[in-house]
Design a protein around this ligand. Structure first.
Ligand code: BES
Ligand code: ZN
Ligand code: ZN
Length: 487
């Protein structure tokens, strides 16, 4: 999709549709004067009050070059932040593309800011996403060809904001495509291939550690999970290095859970809903998406993405409950439940990240059903051992409009992971499951600043929203990119 800035009055913008946000109990902007009678009638009839979610479309509007004029409800003006703008653009895009609109011009009205332009472009690209890649009959699936921002001021600045929005949203859709791939078409090996291809295109380094290398290193926790599958595991490492001399010794690791399918292993999951477990690599997809964006946005800090990729299966060589594995870090783990596999692969990746010199660790994982019980599909669950890194992460999430909630990680929870026969058990019992899972990771982060994001509830949308298709959300891509850019 083409994105660009139009520095022309609204009335002269040529497009299949021009959209303008109207607020509750607020007069329409002056540029809409030629359509005043239509707007008055809309309001008088009660059909359009300016509430968020409302959309009214006028064909062949007198006094405008565009084919349609779309009035978009913005809700209360004081509540209309960048997140609301992003959603308004996304919903409008989704509705209008279905009606055959190919080019949409969006009037930025009063808020001609970079943040507004960036969010609007993100809304158009994210709203345009459809998880219909494998539907052979809807190949002509309707999409927008062009999204134009109409603004009066700040040309060069707005153009770079538009470009940033495009980079971030395309990276997020890249992650959504990966998360949506079924497990027969995205094995650990194929995920590594996709990472390599992305890195080559973006100009990043990519290295993939294979099973032999992991054995040499001693990644017993990761390998224990992988051994139940005929598909070999892969530890994908993608590196971004800023040009020029480093400003500090900080080096950010983005670690993403890459379980291409989670059957639960011998502690097998119920059949009902198991098909969704193809998205158990959404954390991995998110960190790869973030790297794709960072290659273009070029932050000042070195960033390394690590994706431990495995398939959690029930083959004859699968690990059994009660098995004891030795992690890369040397600690032994009693595997009481083979379905708690995410933490087992993540700890070896976190340990490896520290070994290769990463000073700050951030991980994203569809780790627990318990976080879905706690926070539903709205907030990411955030756990940390370091308030400063937490502050940076939460600020990045806020800027990007991704909701995140700081969860507790008191010492009292740590004892849940006691094992009678090994250093640690891989599960902590029924209650506080998201917290004990986080504690398990923390044991391996040690004193290195670390933030863990449990995205089991936020990486997948079960029911479509007006602004977003059902399926993978690509959560964390923008937050991670922002975190690195603001470092
Ligand atoms: N991939 C799941 C977590 C999950 C559950 C993601 C629901 C998305 C939706 C993870 O590997 C898992 O199975 N966790 C177990 C842990 C338990 C055995 C301690 C869980 O949450 O039930
Ligand atoms: Zn599992
Ligand atoms: Zn899992």
């Amino acid at each position: 999709m083409e994105t660009k800035l139009i520095s022309q009055p609204l009335a002269r913008a040529e497009a299949d549709a021009v959209a303008v946000v109207l607020f509750e109990n607020e007069a329409a902007p002056a540029e809409l004067k030629p359509a005043a009678a239509w707007l008055d009638e809309l309001r008088a009839s009660g059909e359009f009050t300016g509430k968020s979610g409302e959309l009214a479309v006028l064909h062949q509007p007198q006094g405008f070059a565009a084919k349609r004029l779309a009035a978009v409800g913005g809700g209360k003006k004081k509540d209309f932040d960048f997140a609301a703008l992003r959603r308004a653009v996304a919903s409008t895009t989704r509705t209008l593309k279905q009606k055959g609109v190919k080019t949409l011009a969006w009037a930025l009205s009063g808020d001609n800011t970079q943040g507004a332009a960036e969010s609007a472009v993100e809304g158009a690209i994210l709203g345009g996403f459809e998880p219909d890649y494998y539907k052979t009959s809807t190949k002509e699936s309707k999409s927008l060809d062009g999204f134009h921002i109409i603004a009066s001021s700040d040309g060069a600045q707005l153009e770079s904001a538009i470009e940033r929005g495009r980079i971030l949203a395309e990276a997020q859709n890249f992650a959504r495509d990966l998360a949506n791939e079924p497990a027969n078409r995205l094995t650990p090996t194929l995920l590594a291939d996709r990472a390599r291809a992305m890195a080559a295109e973006a100009g990043l380094e990519c290295e993939v550690l294979d099973q032999d290398r992991m054995r040499q290193l001693g990644m017993g926790a990761l390998l224990g999970v992988a051994q139940g599958s005929a598909e070999p595991p892969a530890l994908i490492v993608v590196r971004y290095k800023p040009a020029g001399a480093p400003k500090s010794s900080d080096h950010l690791a983005l670690v993403g859970k890459g379980v291409t399918f989670d059957t639960g292993g011998v502690s097998i999951k119920p059949a009902d809903g198991m098909e969704k477990m193809k998205y158990d690599m959404s954390g991995g997809a998110a960190v790869l998406g973030a790297m794709r964006a960072l290659a273009q946005l070029k932050p000042a800090i070195p960033v390394t993405a690590l994706v431990p990729a495995v398939e959690n299966m029930v083959g004859s060589k699968a690990q059994r409950p009660g098995d004891i594995v030795t992690s890369l870090d040397g600690k032994t783990i009693e595997v009481l439940n083979t379905d708690a596999e995410g933490r087992l692969i993540l700890i070896d990746a976190l340990t490896y990240a520290k070994r290769i010199g990463c000073t700050h660790l951030v991980d994203a994982a569809t780790l627990t059903g318990a976080i879905v019980v706690a926070l539903g599909n709205v907030n990411i669950g955030v756990f940390t051992n370091n308030d400063e890194l937490l502050g940076r992460l939460m600020a990045a999430a806020k800027t990007e409009g991704e909701k995140a909630w700081h969860m507790p990680l008191d010492d009292d929870y740590k004892e849940l992971l006691k094992s009678a026969f090994a250093d640690l058990a891989n599960i902590g019992g029924r209650w506080g499951g998201a917290v004990s899972a986080a504690w398990f990771l923390r044991e391996f982060a040690g004193d290195t600043p670390w933030v863990h994001l449990d995205i089991a509830g936020t990486a997948w949308l079960d029911d479509a929203k007006p602004y977003m298709a059902k399926g993978p959300t690509g959560v964390c891509v923008r937050t991670f990119a922002r975190l690195a850019m603001e470092w």
